[in-house]
Design a protein. Structure first.
Length: 63
């Protein structure tokens, strides 16, 4: 699913970036330029970052 239509950034792109250490909206913006056009994707991007960080935290608790 496209999160940022203006820059063709997908949900998977963001999740992979979070898994590779880009854990803040600032880091994601620097990596993909998310939100630099219309800005309509910023809140969904923040939500995906939070979700992925929660998933990763659960993974490390079990592992
Ligand atoms: S949808 Fe991301 S900047 Fe427009």
């Amino acid at each position: 699913m496209f999160v940022c239509v203006c820059n063709a950034i997908t949900e998977n792109d963001i999740r992979h970036a979070v898994n590779n250490g880009n854990e803040t909206i600032k880091q994601i913006k620097q990596k993909f330029a998310v939100g630099d056009q219309c800005g309509g994707c910023v809140s969904l991007t923040k939500q995906i970052i939070s979700e992925q960080l929660a998933v990763n935290a659960c993974y490390y608790e079990v592992a």
